[in-house]
Write a new protein. Structure first.
Length: 170
């Protein structure tokens, strides 16, 4: 177990401080994604049942006041379904930029080694290359996965909002 932890720490040290920022951003992104799926599959069906029950218990479904209540219910549902989608999309967009920042800091490390030792210190140059490539790869991979789930969550939100609108008939 200690060996695994040491390897983990060594991996993040070789990627530089930007890799740690990418890790924290990715954890936050995945927490939001998991929360949205939990909401869609566990919380939303119960909320939908209560909204449908509230609407069907009304005696008036066609007056101006009733239609405004229906519009309010639909707006509440749409807002709840789209909650956290903008932060998910934003984090998905930020991750490649953080990877690019890792590339720049890694290249700066390489130039520092070249400036001090010339081309004779291959170990120092390899450390800089590692600092350049690991954050870039991590940022792109997590961003691609986040992009897929962001699109899926957006599609689900629109689909559920339309489904709710169909269920709340006049």
């Amino acid at each position: 177990m200690n060996d695994l932890i040491e390897q983990f720490i060594e991996f993040f040290e070789s990627g530089g401080p930007v890799l740690f920022i990418i890790l924290l951003t990715s954890i936050f992104l995945w927490a939001l994604i998991i929360e949205r799926y939990y909401y869609y599959f566990m919380v939303y069906p119960e909320k939908l049942d209560s909204i449908i029950e509230e609407w069907t218990n009304r005696t008036d479904h066609s007056s101006w006041y009733a239609l405004r209540i229906r519009d309010g219910l639909l707006a509440d549902v749409a807002n709840a379904l789209k909650q956290y989608l903008i932060p998910i999309q934003t984090l998905t967009s930020i991750l490649p930029l953080l990877g690019l920042l890792g590339t720049v800091t890694g290249m700066i490390a390489i130039f520092d080694v070249l400036n001090v030792f010339g081309t004779g210190n291959t170990r120092g140059m390899a450390t800089g290359i590692s600092r350049a490539l690991l954050p870039t790869t991590a940022g792109l991979v997590t961003s691609l996965a986040g992009l897929y789930f962001s699109s899926d969550l957006d599609r689900r939100a629109k689909l559920q909002a339309e489904k709710t609108q169909d269920l709340l008939q006049f």
